[in-house]
Design a protein around this ligand. Structure first.
Ligand code: FES
Length: 150
């Protein structure tokens, strides 16, 4: 765990050795978000395939982040959490779950994990839009996923 100001070993590891960093050419869905308070920017690219039951899942995922250590660590972690998950399950990954997987973030850095979760969700919604789905219901659920996982 971390105290109020220091980063956990996991955060440091993901910052120094980010997983799935880069761009996916011909991505099926792309999310891009910026944090208007700090100016950090993140992009998430997903490749979606269907499993044997026809359920869509994230076959591959990459990110590009221009930001702080926490933004890069949470970006890296969220790609690990989302890879292989169904789109439905990936939509339920919250900023809190990312921070938890990293053994916590200093309170002043919690907002950085919002960037990762929001950008992943945006990439998934982009995928659905490109498939021609009406995502208004998903937008409502997404607002709920911000505060709880269910
Ligand atoms: S300070 Fe901007 S995302 Fe961390």
């Amino acid at each position: 765990m971390v105290n109020n100001t220091s980063y956990s070993e996991k955060v440091k590891d993901h910052f120094l050795n980010p997983r799935n960093m880069g761009k996916l050419e011909n991505a099926d869905g792309v999310g891009q978000m910026g944090n208007f308070l700090c100016g950090d920017v993140m992009q998430v690219y997903i490749q979606v395939e269907k499993d044997k039951e026809g359920v869509e899942y994230i076959k591959d995922i990459k990110f590009q982040t221009m930001g702080c250590a926490a933004a890069i660590s949470t970006s890296s972690m969220i790609t690990e959490l989302a890879k292989g998950k169904t789109l439905e399950k990936a939509m339920k990954i919250t900023n809190a779950s990312v921070a938890k997987e990293l053994d916590g973030l200093p309170p002043i850095k919690m907002h950085c994990s919002n960037l990762a979760a929001d950008t992943l969700h945006m990439a998934i919604k982009d995928y659905y839009k490109k498939q021609g789905f009406d995502i208004s219901e998903l937008e409502k659920k997404d607002a709920c996923y911000r505060c709880c996982e269910h």
